[in-house]
Design a protein around this ligand. Structure first.
Ligand code: TRP
Length: 438
C-alpha cells in the first residue's frame, strides 16, 4: 500500500479533530437538548458525562487509530482482531445515518446565511423557521449542503479540512462571546442564566432516567465519538505526540463552545419569550435571528454568524463522510472522487424524510445519538479495555514520557466505570425508545 499521509503538523491533527467535534452538535443541538431536558440539571449531567465517559473514550479511539495506522474497519484487522471489525462497521453505518439528517440542519444554516443578506427573517423569525425547516425548501438546501461536503472530501484530507478549521474555531469563540455580551445587556435576560446555570437537584433526581441518556448521548455526539472519526484521524498522528494532551484539549475546547452557545441562547430566550422547553430544534434559529433583527448592522452580523456556523458544520460533516470514504479507498482500492460522489448521493436520499418533516429528523437523530452511538462506544470501550488491554496502555504512553500510573488508571476506568456507565445509558435508551413518527 502507498505511504499514508501524516498530519503536516501537530496543530493540523488537533485542528481537524476539533473541527470534527465542534459543529452543529455544540451550536444547534446542545442548547436545544439543554432546553428540553431541564436546563442546568442537564448541564450538570453533561459535564459529568464528558469527564467520566467522554475523555477516557476519546483516548480509547485515539489509541486504536494510532496503533493500527488504519482507518475504521481496517484497523481491527490490522491489530489482529478481525472479529472486532463489527465496531468499524457500526461506525461507518452510524456516520452514514447521522450525516443524512446533519446535512438537513446544515441546509437550514445555508438558508439562514442567504436570508441574512436581506434580513429575510427579521420580521417574523419564528414563522420563518417554520417555513424553511421542512418541505421543498429544506430539501433544496439539504442538497446544497451535501454538495459542499462532497466537494471538500473529494479533494482529500489535507487541503480541505485543516485550513477551514484554523479560521473557524477562533472566529466562532469571538462571535459567540460578542453575542453573549449583547444578550447580557438585554432587559429580562436574567432568568435565562438561572435556567441554564443553577441546577434544581430535586427536579434532576425525578428525571434521571430521561436526562442521563440525553446528556450522555449529547456528550458522545459532540466529541464525535463512536463512528470511528477519531480512530481515523488518530491513524494519522505520529508516535512522538501525546495523545492525553490532545484528547484533553479537544474535550475542553469543545465543551466550552457548547456552553458558550448556551450563554447566548438562554438569556436571549429569557428576554424574548421567557419560554425554554418549547423552543425545540429551532432554539438557536429563532432566538439569535430575533436578536439580530434588533442590532444595528444586523444583516452583516447575521452573514458572519451563519457563515461561521456553516464552516463549523462543514468541518464536522466532512469528518463523517471521510470515515466511509477512507475505508473504501484504503481497503478496496476504489478512487476517491467517484466514491465520494456516489456516497454523497445515497446519503442525500436517506436524508429526504428528515428534510420533509421535522419529526423524522428527530427520529433519525434519536436513533443515532441514543442507540447507535452508545452501542458503538460501548464496544470501543470494551475492546480497548479488555481486548487491547496492555497494548492500549503502551500506545497511550508513546509520546508521553511522564504519564506515570495514569495509563493504568485509565485502563481500569475503561474496564469498569466507563463500561458500566455506557451500558447503563444504552439500557435506559433502549427502554425508552419509541417507534417512528408515521
Ligand atoms: N461532533 C459533531 C458536532 O458536534 C458531529 C459529528 C461529527 C459526529 N462527526 C461525528 C458525531 C462522529 C458523532 C460521531 O456537530
Amino acid at each position: 500500500m502507498a505511504d499514508r499521509d501524516a498530519w503536516a503538523s501537530r496543530l493540523g491533527f488537533i485542528l481537524a479533530a476539533i473541527g470534527s467535534a465542534v459543529g452543529l452538535g455544540n451550536i444547534w443541538r446542545f442548547p436545544y437538548q439543554t432546553a428540553e431536558f431541564g436546563g442546568a440539571a442537564f448541564l450538570v449531567v453533561y459535564v459529568l458525562a464528558v469527564l467520566v465517559i467522554g475523555i477516557p473514550a476519546i483516548l480509547a479511539e485515539f489509541v486504536i487509530g494510532r496503533r493500527a495506522e488504519m482507518s475504521a474497519i481496517g484497523a481491527f484487522e490490522k491489530l489482529g482482531r478481525k472479529e472486532w471489525t463489527v465496531i468499524g462497521a457500526i461506525g461507518v453505518f452510524g456516520g452514514f445515518w447521522t450525516l443524512s439528517y446533519y446535512s438537513v440542519v446544515g441546509g437550514w444554516v445555508i438558508r439562514y446565511l442567504t436570508g441574512s443578506f436581506t434580513g429575510a427573517y427579521f420580521g417574523a423569525p419564528g414563522e420563518y423557521f417554520g417555513a424553511v425547516s421542512a418541505g421543498m425548501d429544506a430539501i433544496a438546501f439539504h442538497a446544497l449542503f451535501m454538495l459542499l461536503t462532497v466537494g471538500i472530501v473529494a479533494f482529500g484530507i489535507e487541503g480541505g479540512i485543516e485550513k477551514a478549521t484554523k479560521v473557524m474555531v477562533p472566529a466562532i469563540v469571538l462571535l459567540m462571546v460578542g453575542l453573549a455580551f449583547f444578550a447580557y445587556t438585554l432587559p429580562g435576560s436574567g432568568p435565562g442564566y438561572e435556567f441554564f446555570l443553577s441546577p434544581d437537584f430535586g427536579v434532576l433526581a425525578d428525571n434521571l432516567a430521561t436526562v442521563i441518556p440525553a446528556a450522555v448521548g449529547q456528550a458522545l455526539f459532540s466529541l464525535s465519538l463512536g463512528f470511528s472519526v477519531m480512530i481515523t484521524y488518530a491513524s494519522y498522528i505520529s508516535d512522538d505526540k501525546s495523545l492525553p494532551v490532545d484528547g484533553l484539549s479537544i474535550a475542553v475546547v469543545n465543551s466550552l463552545i457548547g456552553i458558550l452557545a448556551g450563554l447566548v441562547v438562554f438569556p436571549l430566550l429569557a428576554s424574548q419569550t421567557g419560554e425554554y422547553g418549547g423552543a425545540g430544534p429551532g432554539a438557536i434559529f429563532v432566538s439569535v435571528p430575533t436578536a439580530l433583527a434588533r442590532l444595528p448592522l444586523g444583516e452583516l452580523f447575521g452573514v458572519v454568524f451563519f457563515g461561521i456556523v456553516l464552516i463549523a458544520a462543514l468541518s464536522s460533516s466532512i469528518s463523517l463522510l471521510e470515515v466511509v470514504v477512507s475505508y473504501l479507498v484504503d481497503n478496496h482500492g476504489v478512487s476517491r472522487k467517484p466514491t465520494t460522489v456516489g456516497l454523497g448521493s445515497v446519503i442525500f436520499v436517506l436524508g429526504l424524510p428528515s428534510a420533509w418533516k421535522t419529526a423524522w429528523l428527530g427520529w433519525f437523530d434519536g436513533l443515532a445519538v441514543n442507540l447507535i452511538l452508545p452501542l458503538a462506544v460501548l464496544l470501543v470501550v470494551f475492546f480497548v479495555g479488555w481486548v487491547m488491554a496492555d497494548d492500549a496502555v503502551d500506545e497511550l504512553r508513546r509520546g508521553t514520557s511522564d504519564l506515570g500510573t495514569l495509563g493504568t488508571v485509565w485502563l481500569w476506568a475503561l474496564r469498569t466505570v466507563v463500561l458500566l456507565a455506557v451500558f447503563g445509558t444504552l439500557a435506559l435508551s433502549v427502554f425508552q425508545f419509541t417507534g417512528a413518527p408515521v
